[in-house]
Design a protein around this ligand. Sequence first.
Ligand code: NAD
Length: 306
Amino acid sequence: MVGEMQGGQPTIGLIGLGNMGVPMSACLLRAGYHVLGYDISATNAERFSAQKGARRAAGIEDVGRACRIIILMLPDGNVVREVVLGNDSKGGLAAVCAEGTVLVDMSSSAPTGTRELGEDLAKRGLTLIDAPVSGGVKRAVSGTLAIMAGGDKSAIAKVQPVLEAMGKPIETGPLGSGHAMKALNNYVSAAGLVAACEALAVAERFGIEPDTIVKVLNSSTGRNNSTENKLNQFIISRTFNAGFTVALMRKDLATAVDLAKATNATMPLADTLLALWAEAEKRLGGAADHTEIHRLVADGQSSSEK
Ligand code: NAD
């Protein structure tokens, strides 16, 4: 069993070793931390444990017993809750963690659920902070993620060096505020991607070369993250392998729409985008890459090209 401290650096627990969890673990290892990881998928866990210094845990409880800082990088807040509290509040991480352990939910979870979970954990002497990320697999690999950290300031200060190994933390306020900002950021990002795909499809139909379309957008006011980092790389190249699924984007849009409702705000564009991504999930499957939204948008333009 891996102890809490090894060679002066604490052992960091990491649960969820998917597209993001593995490159994030690589950043922690590079920074000199020992990482004890767990994933329900043996294939993903093996990808993690192939790295030097990475230790694979036999179960969630092993991580809870060994680590005082535990990162969760799971599909959504419901999975986080189940992993932390177990089923029917039996088992799970919280049952075995030592008092004072800080759990860092870096998944894109729903902010209301995060607040509830934080209250449940506080009763057990455990602290939850939310620290979702933006920048995708590329910035997870380079350790330059934007990290939106919400929750108790002293707990954030405690994990600050760990977060800095993976990117740049920005404090967002009380618990849940990081998750709220993450959902809203992805709404803005989805809007930029769909607008870029629509413009690409129409301009191509008008006979303009894809290279020219991207060049013009990127030197003009329509420039955004998708025009810079997705059009050529994943869409025009037809590789569609950005590493972020349609299901996860649909979830983030649903979280943003729920947040609008909870704050009595209206976001008609977000409603439209959510309907489009729900349609994409139905037609392309949840596991499709989010850049494949272009296929639906191009269909909407009655294009024969797929
Ligand atoms: P992923 O599906 O690739 O990884 C999730 C991992 O969690 C998988 O390996 C899965 O096996 C594991 N898992 C699921 N249930 C589990 C359980 N009960 N116990 C242990 N492991 C379990 O997803 P991802 O793309 O790595 O995203 C993770 C989170 O980060 C999501 O909330 C996503 O919205 C967010 N996010 C993703 C990206 C991206 O570009 N991929 C960017 C920013 C944020």
